[in-house]
Design a protein around this ligand. Structure first.
Ligand code: PMP
Length: 413
């Protein structure tokens, strides 16, 4: 299997550095960096409103990236992608528009016809980006916010009648769950929630920020109503991501941010709006970043087999290495898990672990990883987290474990 490591200039430019923080952001292949640079050095013009050729060309590139993004995520013929800054912005958009009384959702989702108290279902494993926007929307609109419980390893852990009890008491309108945890690497089994959402007529959303790279096949099989992801965790520049969903459904949603680029007509007392996806893209877009996202998607698509094989191999190797070294990590008992190790050295604070590993040029992350509710379920306030991607090697895993032994020695653990 060809190594994809050489595609990433960070590796050559930072000799000796071991990068284990891909769950915070991935390294970028040269092609995704060049695309950003190319836009600013060769095109550099704004899209959509230009009558001149250069503007039309940049617009065509943006629209072709939109198609690439949509096809990467879904087979749905009616699918389209709204460009957003990332998963956080995408989920805020959905939280606003899917709870707005101005959206026309009754035709698409039967749960919106019910008179029972409306509810949103998320899980205790979610990133704050898939919690806080729903809290804000639930509070504003009088929805209940319900959580799928998890066990002390981070696995979904709910009674058999969990969903039927929710159904009996609420009109479950929105189910929004992450495909993969950015803390434990657990790939959540979302199939039962998808089925329930389809049966009830609820909107089924997948936060694919972590899972899009590690479990793309599962994502396609799930066919969510909306998929949200960030380009920067999938090899592209920062500041760009997408909400992927049906154009017809997006057309029925209330707009959220207003401004240039999303309107049809502006009168003094009201405005009319363009169709989706542009109705959700107010203001100047991150054009260079969209170019970069296009190349990142091409990379992920072209090397999908290698990425998947590497993911399985490095996870098997690191699982065994952690086990052998007696270092406990969260996520035990999961059917599917990959490439992320939230580990502990009892009696040593994760920040100290991170700082001491940094002295050995090993980059890991320490903290709550934007998952405070998950931390409480795991019974900790923070973890040390090593997260891996295509450019990491088994030698680097060995270095990490040597580094961890060094930390243990310093603290006499
Ligand atoms: N959800 C998950 C599962 C994530 O891992 C992340 C980023 N770590 C986010 C949401 C938020 O993504 P962003 O900060 O790019 O908006």
């Amino acid at each position: 299997m060809a190594s994809l490591r050489n595609f990433f200039p960070f590796i050559q430019n930072n000799p000796g550095v071991v990068y284990f923080d891909s769950a915070a952001t991935s390294l970028k292949p040269q092609s995704a960096i060049d695309a950003l640079l190319h836009y600013h050095t060769h095109e550099s013009v704004n899209i959509h409103r230009g009558v001149y050729k250069l503007s039309q060309h940049a617009t065509d590139t943006v629209e072709s990236v939109r198609q690439k993004v949509t096809r990467f995520v879904t087979d749905e013929k009616d699918g389209t992608s709204v460009f957003v800054r990332g998963t956080t912005e995408g989920l805020n958009l959905l939280a606003h528009s899917l709870t707005s009384p101005k959206s026309h959702l009754k035709d698409f989702f039967a749960a919106y016809q019910s008179d029972k108290k409306p509810a949103i279902l998320i899980s205790e494993s979610e990133h704050h980006a898939n919690i806080v926007p729903w809290q804000i929307a639930a509070e504003r609109m009088g929805y209940a916010l319900l959580y799928v419980p998890i066990d002390s390893e981070g696995n979904f852990n709910y009674p058999v009648d969990f969903l039927s009890r929710i159904e009996a008491s609420y009109s479950l309108r929105i189910v929004s769950l992450s495909l993969q945890s950015n803390v434990t690497g657990i790939v959540h089994d979302l199939a039962p929630f998808r089925e329930a959402a389809k049966r009830i007529g609820a909107v089924f959303i997948v936060d694919a920020a972590q899972g899009i790279l590690h479990a793309p096949q599962t994502l396609r099989e799930l066919q969510p109503d909306f998929t949200v992801f960030s380009g920067h965790k999938l090899f592209s520049a920062t500041g760009i991501g997408a909400v992927v969903g049906s154009k017809r459904v997006l057309d029925s949603l209330d707009v959220w941010q207003g401004g240039g680029g999303m309107i049809n007509l502006v009168e003094k007392d009201h405005s009319t709006y363009l169709e989706a996806p542009t109705r959700f893209e107010a203001g100047t877009q991150a054009v260079g970043e969209i170019f970069s996202l296009g190349k990142a998607i091409e990379f992920a698509d072209e090397y999908a087999r290698e990425i998947h094989a590497h993911d399985r191999e490095i996870t098997a190797y690191a699982d065994a290495a952690f086990e052998k070294a007696g270092i406990r990590f969260f996520g035990k008992g999961a059917k599917t898990r990959s490439a992320i190790y939230s580990f502990e050295i009892p009696g040593v604070h994760p920040h100290d672990i991170g700082t001491l590993l940094d002295e050995q040029m090993i980059c890991i992350r320490a903290g709550h990883h934007c998952c405070q509710i998950l931390m409480r379920a795991l019974g900790v306030s923070a973890t040390a987290r090593a997260s891996m991607s295509v450019y990491n090697t088994q030698d680097e895993v060995d270095k990490l474990l040597e580094g961890i032994q060094h930390v243990k020695k310093i603290f006499r653990k």
